[in-house]
Ligand binder design. Structure first.
Ligand code: FAD
Length: 310
C-alpha cells in the first residue's frame, strides 16, 4: 500500500488532462484545494504566508516551485526568479532561508551551467546571510546532487546544505559522507516512487532506517534537520536527544506547509526549533501530486473541493 499509493499518484501526475483540470481549479480562489499545501502562485502571497508562520513562533524556508526544466532558457529564468526572491525576502524582513532543486536550475541540460546558476544564487545569498538547502529529487539525481554540493562546498560555500532520503539503501553511506565534511543534512523519508533495488518499500523499513540515520546525524552530524510529520519519528528524535544530552538548539524539526499544523505549534510551544517549508509558484502540480501520494485520504478532500468549485 505504501509504495502502491506513490506509484498510482506518480502515474496520475503524468496525466496532462488532470494537470489542466487541477491548474484551472487548484488555486483559483482563496479556498481552492491546492492552497492547503501551496502558499500561492506569487512571491507576495508566499511572503504574506511566511509572516503568518513567523507570527506563530515558527522558522521557515521558502521554495519557489519548479523542477525538470528541459532548456537553458527555463533554467536561467528560474535562477533569475530566485535572485529576485532573495531581494524581496531581504526587503520584507522575513527569515533568510530558501530551498531549491537542481533540476530547476538545469542539471538535466548541462551540469556546468547548473553549477553556475547555483553560484548566481549562492553569491547574493551569502552576502545577505541566507541559508540555502538543496532538495533531494529521485534516485537518478542522488549522486550528482551530492557531487554538485561537494564542488561548491570545496569552493567555500558554507551557507549550503542538502537533503537525504531514509528510504534509499545508500543513505547511511551518504550521511557518513556529509558528516565527515561537517555539512548540514535535512533527513526526510523520501517522496518519489523508487524500485526495490534502490529503496525500502515497506513503511516499517523506511521508519527503521529513518531512526538509525536520525541517531547518526544527532550523534555525529552538524545541526541536522529532522523533517517529518510522523509522531513516532519525532518522539524517537526527542528521546535520543534526551538520552545523549543533546540540547534542543543543536538540531531542528521541519514540516511542510499545511501539514500537521497542530504538531508544528505544539513542538514550538515545547521549546523545539520548528521550520516550515513554504512552497509557492505556478509550477505546483508535481509537488501537489507528491503530497496526495503520501496520504490517499487527501484525495477525498480534493474531490470534494472540485465538486464544490465546478
Ligand atoms: C521540510 C520537508 C522537506 C522535504 N524535502 C524533501 C526532499 O528534499 N526530497 C524528498 O524526497 N522528500 C522531501 N520531503 C518529503 C518527505 O520525503 C516525505 O515524503 C513526507 O514528509 C511524508 O513523510 P513523513 O515523514 O511525514 O511520514 P509519513 O509516514 O508519510 O506520514 C506520517 C504522518 O504525517 C502526516 N502526513 C504525511 N504526509 C502528509 C500529507 N501529504 N498530507 C497530510 N498529512 C500527511 C500524516 O498524519 C501521516 O500519518 C520533505 C518533507 C519535509 C517535511
Amino acid at each position: 500500500m505504501y509504495a502502491g499509493a506513490k506509484a498510482f499518484f506518480y502515474a496520475l501526475s503524468r496525466s496532462s488532462a488532470l494537470k489542466r483540470l487541477a491548474s484551472t481549479y487548484g488555486m483559483a480562489s482563496d479556498e481552492s484545494f491546492a492552497r492547503r499545501f501551496i502558499a500561492g502562485e506569487r512571491i507576495d502571497e508566499a511572503i504574506a504566508a511566511a509572516k503568518r508562520i513567523e507570527s506563530r513562533g515558527l522558522l521557515l524556508t521558502l521554495d519557489y516551485l519548479g523542477e525538470s526544466v528541459r532548456s537553458l532558457e527555463e533554467a536561467n529564468a528560474a535562477t533569475r526568479e530566485y535572485a529576485r526572491l532573495l531581494d524581496l525576502i531581504v526587503a520584507s524582513g522575513i527569515e533568510r532561508n530558501v530551498s531549491l532543486k537542481l533540476t530547476q536550475l538545469g542539471i538535466d541540460v548541462d551540469r556546468a551551467t547548473c553549477v553556475d546558476n547555483l553560484r548566481r544564487i549562492l553569491d547574493p545569498a551569502q552576502k545577505h546571510g541566507f541559508y540555502v538547502r538543496i532538495d533531494m529529487e529521485d534516485s537518478s539525481y542522488t549522486e550528482v546532487t551530492l557531487e554538485v554540493f561537494e564542488t561548491l562546498w570545496q569552493q567555500q560555500y558554507r551557507n549550503l546544505g542538502v537533503a537525504l532520503q531514509a528510504y534509499l539503501h545508500r543513505t547511511e553511506k551518504d550521511v557518513r559522507r556529509m558528516n565527515e565534511l561537517g555539512a548540514r543534512v535535512r533527513l526526510v523519508k523520501g517522496a518519489y516512487k523508487e524500485p526495490a533495488a534502490v529503496a525500502f518499500q515497506k513503511k516499517s523499513e523506511v521508519d527503521a532506517s529513518f531512526v538509525t540515520l536520525m541517531r547518526l546525524l544527532l550523534d555525529e552530524g552538524v545541526y541536522p534537520a529532522i523533517a517529518t510529520h510522523d509522531p513516532a519519528m519525532i518522539e524517537a528524535t526527542k528521546a535520543h536527544a534526551r538520552e545523549r544530552g543533546i540540547a534542543s538548539d543543536r538540531y531542528e524539526f521541519q514540516m511542510l506547509y499545511g501539514i500537521r499544523r497542530d504538531l508544528q505549534t505544539a513542538l514550538a510551544a515545547d521549546g523545539y526549533r520548528m521550520r516550515i517549508y513554504v512552497p509557492f509558484g505556478k509550477q505546483w502540480f508535481p509537488y501537489f501530486m507528491r503530497r496526495l501520494g503520501e496520504r490517499p485520504a487527501n484525495v477525498a478532500f480534493v474531490l470534494k473541493s472540485l465538486v464544490r468549485e465546478a
